[in-house]
Design a protein around this ligand. Structure first.
Ligand code: COA
Ligand code: AMP
Length: 655
């Protein structure tokens, strides 16, 4: 490593994690309750296959709930539910949560779910989401949570890939401008996935007063049993935790890659419990008696790690918030929650802060609340712009820490480890690497060029830290192709950046076609697949352009088939609707530009980077390999006619 390590205690911790790796992680494993304590740290089976704590056995749900109850802390709050959408506020103790989870685990068991089976969870931000996830973990089933903002098609892709035996859902979610009915979406997704051929046997529906639709409306359609959560729960016997091998999957979480088909990131049980547990103590400085408010969604990795598993493994209290940072009802929503529940930490995405800043730049709302319990704010999901960082850092007067990680890694690759020591934060930097993540800068040939100020691909030496992905569900080869083959011996993060002279890492952006819209990771490839389905569209390119609020937004450039005549606004509205129906509202796709031709190299590669630079008004250099330089001038001219379609309201889903 040719960059310095800042701080007094951090360098010692990181050195030990590298030089005495086994002892370091076996020590960390002491914080977990094992059914069989591991004697070995890691089994490195091949360049692409390693397993943490290979001889350990444990149950993650037991670690998240039962052991805290057994330690006499059953009456302490595990989960606080706060819905700005319905006004509901509830506190659920560890003992109550354990009982709910055990009973729902019994429901899953009665539905035939056994260890290793997949259960797909499609639930809004209500306690049932947490209960269903932990109930799967309790019986060794593998959950796969799908974010509510995805459309039926995306749900179907995940059903077809994960092949769940059971789907757990509810009548729906509540967005500020509409009610999102889930059941027609689930029904449509099942149709697309092949009905009973998909392997789904039962759909369990939690009836939600605020949203129409119940299991009874769909009873046994398509040869699949639709059942009511409450009725099944009444009949179920609570299930005990089932110990599993450390390497057994706890969950599959789908994320966007460069292609249209999402990748099912496979998370293990033991490595995750140890790695995430380490992060809670040493990065977040979080433990029993502490409360964390993570403003995200259980459909994302942030929700898995820092709404559900992290806080509960650590024995603290987690806040589950159904609402937005602004508009539900005002930009003081986050401050209200932090103050009402005495939260020590806020973890959120920069977009949320930009949304608050736009509505309340002077932080007038903040002054209404007592935030004396707040110790730190952690931000992730997208690049934090220095301006917003300064604004919130000055406004709150507590450390505002930008930390970097991915669905794949499960916890922070880089952070400021407040539980070890508070390093000075730097605007625009995600601070320093965490144990288990040996972060290097490599050139396009995979040569290590790590040195202060040198920009390149950010790669991590293998094996990855405990808790990081073990593979891609259903395809060993895809794991190798997606992450391990670009730079042999390294995991390719897909991000580019550099270290500075103090050893701080700056993550500057993706090197692939993944874009980040409001902290939501999307593949431009999957958007392009949708646009090309339009009968008038010949070719298209989707790029991520700068957006003041969401960091990036997707902009579509289309060429028309020969002889096609369209009304620009109509075409744009149709394309927006198609993206909404195929991918979902979360894509927030609005901008369409019709061009004569797309700028390409002579070998046919679309010049996306140049296009992005042009749209963002940055300096750009047209590569010498361009097929026809006049296309650039035509593109610039066409930008004046970009249609920014208004948001479509309800999505019609055929029943
Ligand atoms: N279910 C159904 N639809 C959803 C949804 C969900 N769980 N979450 C979002 N959507 C819909 C929204 O209703 C919106 O639909 P619309 O086009 O009909 O208005 C669309 O998806 C885009 O949503 P969003 O990106 O949230 O934009 P917004 O304009 O509604 O809100 C912010 C802007 C900044 C308030 C919002 O993006 C936000 O809270 N961001 C925080 C980011 C975050 O937590 N990211 C998690 C990763 S760490
Ligand atoms: P996801 O898997 O959805 O969490 O997205 C991971 C990607 O989001 C990373 O590869 C980065 O491109 C981006 N990202 C996450 N956190 C940060 C951060 N703190 N700074 C810059 N980019 C980030």
């Amino acid at each position: 490593m040719s960059v310095p390590r800042p701080g007094d205690r951090y360098p010692e911790v990181i050195s030990r994690s590298i030089e005495d790796r086994d002892a370091f992680w076996l020590d960390a494993a002491e914080s977990v309750s094992w059914e069989t304590r591991p004697t070995r740290t890691i089994d490195e089976r091949s360049a692409s296959e390693w397993r943490w704590f290979p001889d350990g056995r444990l149950n993650v749900c037991y670690n998240a709930l039962d052991r805290h109850v057994e330690a006499g802390r059953g009456a302490e709050a595990a989960l606080i539910y706060d819905s700005a959408m319905t006004g509901t506020r509830a506190s659920i103790s560890y003992e109550q949560l354990r009982d709910h989870v055990a009973r729902f685990a019994g429901v899953l068991h009665d539905a035939g779910v056994v260890a290793g089976d997949r259960v797909l969870i499609y639930l809004p931000m209500t306690p049932e989401a947490v209960i269903a996830m932990l109930a799967c973990a309790r019986i060794g089933a593998i959950h796969s949570v799908v974010f509510g903002g995805f459309a039926a098609n995306e749900l179907a892709v995940r059903i077809a890939d994960a092949k769940p035996r059971v789907i757990v859902t509810s009548s729906g979610g509540l967005e500020p401008n509409r009610v999102v009915e889930y059941l027609p979406l689930v029904q449509r997704a099942l149709e697309i996935a092949g009905g009973p051929e998909s392997g789904v046997e039962t759909v369990i529906v939690r009836d939600r007063d605020a949203v129409p639709g119940s299991a009874a409306d769909y009873a046994d359609e398509q040869g699949i049993a639709w059942r009511d959560w409450a009725e099944l729960e009444d009949r179920a016997t609570p299930a005990d935790p089932v110990p599993v091998r450390s390497e057994d999957p706890l969950y599959i979480l789908y994320t966007s890659g460069t292609t249209g088909s999402p990748k099912g990131v496979v998370r293990d049980s033991g490595g995750y419990a140890v790695g995430l547990g380490w992060a809670m103590r040493n990065i977040y400085d979080f433990g029993p008696g502490d409360t964390i408010f993570t403003a995200s969604d259980v459909g994302w990795v942030v929700g898995h790690s820092f709404i559900v598993y992290g806080p509960l493994l650590a024995g603290g209290t987690t806040v589950l918030y159904e609402g937005k940072p602004v508009g539900t009802p005002d930009p003081g929503a986050f401050w209200r929650i932090l103050s009402s529940y005495g939260a020590k930490m806020l973890s959120t995405a920069p977009t949320a802060l930009r949304a608050i800043r736009r509505e309340d730049p002077e932080l007038v709302e903040l002054a209404k609340y007592d935030l004396s319990s707040l110790r730190a704010v952690y931000l992730a999901g997208e690049r934090m712009d220095p301006e917003t960082w300064h604004w919130i850092n000055d406004g709150l007067g507590v450390p505002v820490v930008d930390h970097w990680w991915q669905t794949e890694t499960g916890w922070m690759i880089c952070a400021n480890p407040l539980g070890i020591e508070t390093l000075p934060s730097k605007a625009g930097s995600t601070s320093v690497p965490m144990p288990g993540f040996d972060v290097r800068i490599v050139d396009s040939k995979g040569e290590d060029i790590t040195a202060p100020g040198v920009e390149g691909n950010i790669a991590i030496r293998l094996p990855l830290a405990p808790g990081a992905l073990l593979g891609i569900w259903g395809s060993e080869q895809r794991f190798v192709d997606s992450y391990l083959s670009a730079f042999p011996g390294y995991y390719a993060t897909g991000d580019a950046g550099h270290y500075d002279e103090d050893g701080y890492l700056f993550v500057m952006g993706r090197t692939d076609d993944v874009i980040n819209v409001a902290g939501h990771r999307l593949s431009t490839g999957s958007l392009e697949e949708v646009l090309t389905q339009h009968p008038a569209v010949a070719e298209c390119a989707v790029i991520g352009v700068h957006d003041e609020l969401k960091g990036q937004r997707a902009a579509g450039f289309v060429t028309l088939k020969h002889g096609e005549e369209v009304v620009r606004e109509e075409l744009a509205a149709e394309l927006v609707r198609m993206v909404r129906e195929h991918i979902g509202p979360v894509a927030a796709f609005r901008d369409v530009t019709i061009v004569e031709r797309l700028p390409k190299t002579r070998s046919g590669k679309i010049l996306r980077k140049t296009m992005r630079q042009i749209v963002d008004g940055e300096e750009y250099r047209v590569p010498a390999t361009i097929e026809d330089p006049t296309v650039i001038d035509a593109l610039i001219e066409a930008l004046g006619d970009t249609v920014s379609a208004p948001p479509t309201q309800a999505v019609s889903v055929p029943r």
